[in-house]
Structures are given as C-alpha cells and as structure tokens.
Design a protein around this ligand. Structure first.
Ligand code: CAA
Length: 259
C-alpha cells in the first residue's frame, strides 16, 4: 500500500512509537477502518517492550475533523448498534503506555474525543477544539459529554456542546483541555521531544502513574488514594526503583530498564 492509501502512518524513533492519521482529503475524518488501524497500531506499540511512549498526530491542517459524516449519514439505529464502532475506542482507552497528542488545526467532534483519550496534549497555536455534532442533528458519541465537562467544568462544556462553538488553543490551555501550546512550526517536534523526555523515565512507573491518574476519574477519593498507595508500594518490587533512588543518592543519572 502506498503512503497515499495508508489510513495511518507509523514509525519509531528510539523508544517512541509515532502514529500519524492520514486521510488528508477529509481532514482526517475518523471512519471505522481508520479507527481499527489506529487501535491495532496502538496495541502493537503497547505490547512492544522497546516502545515506552506513543505520539499520536494528525497534519498541520487537521488533527481530525470528527467522525466521518459521509460514513454515518445513511446508518440506522440498528446498523449503528450492530457495527458497534466504539469498540475500537475502548481498545485505545485500554492502552497502558503514555500517549502524547500532537494537535494542530481542526480538533472537532470525534477528533476532540480522540484527543481526550490521550494523556499529554501538545497543541499548535492554530488548533481549534469543539464538539459540533449538534450542528448535524446529533450529539457527541465517543465520550464528549463525559470527558469534556471533567476537563472544562459544566458551564463551558455545555456551551461548547450545545452551541457547537470552537475553543482556541489558548482557551483550551486556560481551561485545562491541553497541556501546552506551542508555535505552529514546532507542534510535532515539540510533542516528540516531550515524548522522549517522558520515555527517559522508568517504564513501569510511567504505566502505573498513568493508571493512577485515570483512576481519579472513575472512583471516589478514598478508593483512588488506596489504589495509588498499592501501586506506589508495588514499584518497590522493581529494579527501576532501586536504580532511580540509588542514582539520586550517588548523584548520577539513572538508567531504567523497565524491570
Ligand atoms: N466527515 C467527513 N468528511 C469531512 C469531515 C467529517 N467529519 N470534515 C470535513 N470533511 C471533508 C469535507 O466534506 C470536504 O470534503 P470535499 O473536499 O470532498 O468537499 C473536506 O473534508 C474539506 O472540508 P471543508 O471543505 O468543509 O473545509 P473547511 O476548511 O471549509 O471547513 C471544517 C473545515 C470547519 C472542519 C468543516 O469541514 C466541518 O465543519 N467539518 C465537520 C465537523 C463536524 O461536524 N464534526 C463532527 C462529526 S460527528 C462526530 O464526530 C460524532 C462523534 O462524536 C463520534
């Protein structure tokens, strides 16, 4: 298959696995085939012991302008139910390794929801965020009504979802939807740099830390704290904990092995 035809492009850079969405003609609209390819590549990286962090990117023009409207236009409730398109999203949700999103341009609908499946979000100053499903007679279906209010709070999430208006990169940063905003020329390089910085840490501690943060959205505080404590204690069974703490005491850089 040529680059033109591949729905995603994958490459590795040291311990970082990079995936780019590749449907430029439709602003990376997410059809079921693309989502299946994306989930499969994410799982491949998740299982690869040489990959510690995943970078997910679109193009400079579009991260993704949403689920593919052409693909959904003539579906019925039964066909939507039977094809169960969100099962692939569940697979992405289960990825244990940190995912750094490199977002530029349109980040809308399912695109915004995909971004919210990632862990650290590096946004270009040109990025625009929104859930405009309301304009086409539907509503968010891949987590927008649940994850957006957790990030933005109820009033702003309602505004975005009910009016269909877009947020600028700066607004997204001010309200905690993204991690950092950078000049448009650097959004991808900066995301890869951040991914390498994260990949220099202990891989097991990284995965546990991600699991701990995600648990905060699922449990009451006391249960989350108990869960965190158990993960923290478990890290004392790893060689990386010994190496990290000894290196600090010996005033040298640690070398983590993921063991
Ligand atoms: N699905 C399918 N095709 C799409 C698309 C989408 N979500 N978004 C853009 N495209 C296509 C356009 O149809 C157009 O194709 P043609 O060249 O063949 O006409 C091409 O991409 C370029 O788009 P525009 O000409 O519209 O570009 P623009 O710069 O004028 O506008 C835009 C950009 C504001 C993003 C506009 O394309 C737009 O509003 N897109 C739809 C956004 C949207 O409603 N997303 C939500 C989808 S539903 C969803 O995501 C459900 C869910 O929760 C899972």
């Amino acid at each position: 298959m040529s680059h033109e035809e591949s729905l995603i492009l994958a490459e590795t850079d040291g311990h970082v696995g990079i995936i780019r969405l590749n449907r430029p003609k439709v602003l990376n609209a997410l059809n079921p085939e693309l989502m299946a390819a994306l989930a499969a590549q994410m799982e491949t990286y998740d299982k690869d012991p040489g990959i510690y962090v995943i970078v997910l990117s679109g193009s400079e023009k579009a991260w993704a302008a949403g689920a593919d409207i052409g693909d959904m236009a003539e579906q019925s409730v039964v066909s939507m139910y039977e094809r169960d398109q969100f099962a692939t999203w569940e697979r992405i949700k289960r990825v244990k390794k940190p995912i750094v999103a490199a977002v530029s341009g349109w980040c809308l609908g399912g695109g915004c929801e995909l971004m919210m499946h990632c862990d650290v979000v590096i946004a270009s100053e040109t990025a625009q965020f929104g859930q405009p499903e309301i304009n086409i007679g539907v509503m968010p279906g891949a987590g927008g009504t649940q994850r957006l209010p957790r990030a933005l709070g109820k009033a702003l999430a309602m505004d975005v979802i009910l009016s269909g208006r877009f947020l600028s990169a700066q607004e997204a940063l001010d309200h905690g939807l993204v991690s950092r905003v950078v000049p448009k020329e650097h959004f991808f390089a900066e995301a890869v740099k951040v991914a390498h910085a994260i990949a220099s840490k202990g891989p097991i501690a990284l995965r546990f830390a991600k699991e701990g943060v995600l648990k905060a959205f699922e449990t009451p505080l006391s249960e989350g704290l108990e869960f965190e404590r158990k993960l923290f204690y478990m890290l004392f069974a790893t060689e990386d904990q010994k190496e990290g703490m000894r290196a600090f005491v010996e005033k040298r850089k640690p070398t983590f092995k993921g063991k």
